[in-house]
Write a protein that binds this ligand. Structure first.
Ligand SMILES: [Zn+2]
Length: 416
């Protein structure tokens, strides 16, 4: 059922003194798991949900890690379609490596497929402002967001919300209708201390306080019925421990380990074979490695008990939408939730129960929203949906014609 059929092209709001076009503030809290909303630590997020809506949960795209999912959130494409298939990966056609930690190189347009919502806006004559969203520094067809703040670890969430409010204070002809804002601190603390450590939950509370401050800023400007606030995460996070480790080198021989050129993902392993000129073909080396990992799988109990599965890329389960791109490594080892595959060199069992962070397949992301597009929801809960749906949702709210994407709901998120 359409949730905002009352929004039509050309609708203009007024806050009492100024006209406003439909507007969205789209905030990503990296690494916040859906369950975090039920810990009573986030009163402001709860207030958004109670006055608007929340999803039962939002399903991240595969792989459930930061760069692929931030790009899916703003393009409506699965990673196999937009090409950011990992935080780092190799492209054989380009003979080049993408690495998210190397911005000067990774912002090259050649890596980024699809059209992010801010370019859709700019292409259609509207304004967009983006603060640190992964990919926001990239130029598309000579276009960039109207306003852009590149990534910097030093900027606080409050400083980002101040920038967003400054943009809303601009005259209508300069004011961005889409504002995207990325918040890394909770994920960073989760990696350092564990997802439910005090330090991580403190960061979650800080973020909620900043959201409360932003909401106060909207209220001070009489904009709560004008601006749509949408808060999401890219993936959740869970802790695992040394009792759920599979040691690859227990079973793979050193000759077999030598066939591995690199492993590109974690906890799902994306394995690239070492292909020597004049030697075996890539397919042959992949096949040898595949058989080696099947031996490991048998050793751990096979179909009944093994806590992982082994796939050649072309056989990876279709529901993950993770086959159709040569940037995906040709051999994929998929652990069960909570499990990790390691080499002894990577993880010394004598170090005991060190906490290991896992972005599990079961990880559920958050979605909470309020504002005029969600006015009639009154705290209703949406059915779970894939994060690729949001590109069409935002396009619809802003009155934009979406570029080609993988969304299936035409911008309508059904109620539970
Ligand atoms: Zn992330």
């Amino acid at each position: 059922m359409p949730l905002w059929s009352h929004l039509e092209d050309g609708v203009i709001y007024n806050n009492g003194t100024h006209d406003f076009q439909p507007s969205v503030i789209f905030i990503s809290l990296d690494g916040v798991v859906n369950h975090d909303l039920d810990l009573s630590l986030t009163p402001h997020l709860s207030h958004i949900a109670d006055t608007g809506t929340r999803a039962h949960w939002m399903t991240p795209s595969f792989p459930p890690i930061t760069f692929p999912n931030h790009w899916s959130l703003v393009t409506g494409l699965y990673p196999e379609s937009h090409g950011i298939v990992g935080n780092y990966f190799y492209d054989a056609e380009l003979d080049d490596d993408f690495n998210y930690k190397d911005p000067s190189h990774s912002w090259d347009e050649k890596w980024w497929g699809g059209e992010p919502i801010w370019i859709t806006a700019v292409r259609q004559g509207k304004k967009a402002g983006v603060i640190m969203w992964p990919g926001c520094s990239t130029t598309f067809d000579d276009m960039q967001p109207t306003f852009m703040v590149p990534f910097s670890d030093a900027m606080t969430f409050d400083e980002k919300t101040d920038i967003a409010l400054d943009w809303l204070d601009l005259p209508i002809e300069s004011r961005p209708q889409f504002i995207g804002l990325y918040v890394p601190q909770i994920d960073q603390a989760g990696h350092k201390y564990g997802p439910y450590a005090n330090q991580t939950l403190t960061q979650l509370q800080h973020a909620d306080t900043s959201i409360g401050r932003l909401m106060q800023g909207l209220q001070d400007r009489n904009l709560t019925h004008v601006v749509n606030l949408m808060v999401v995460s890219d993936h959740g996070m869970s802790a695992t421990d040394a009792s759920r480790l599979v040691y690859i080198d227990d079973i793979l021989t050193s000759e077999e380990l030598d066939l591995i050129w690199k492993i590109e993902m974690y906890p799902t392993l994306g394995i690239r074979p070492k292909v020597i000129p004049g030697g075996d073909s890539e397919a042959e080396v992949v096949d040898r490695l595949y058989k080696a990992f099947l031996r490991l799988w048998d050793h751990y109990g096979g179909k009944e008990k093994a806590p992982f599965q082994v796939f050649k890329r072309e056989d990876f389960p279709l529901r993950y939408h993770f086959n159709n791109n040569t940037r995906i490594a040709p051999l994929l080892v998929l652990p069960d939730p909570g499990w990790n595959l390691v080499r002894k060199i990577d993880f010394d069992p004598d170090h005991g129960t060190r906490c290991i962070i896992q972005k599990a397949l079961t990880s559920r992301a958050i979605f909470v929203a309020n504002g005029p597009a969600w006015d009639n929801n009154d705290g209703a809960v949406l059915k779970p949906f894939w994060n690729v749906e949001l590109y069409q949702v935002i396009s619809r709210v802003l009155g934009l014609k979406p570029a080609s994407n993988n969304g299936t709901l035409d911008g309508h998120l059904p109620l539970e």
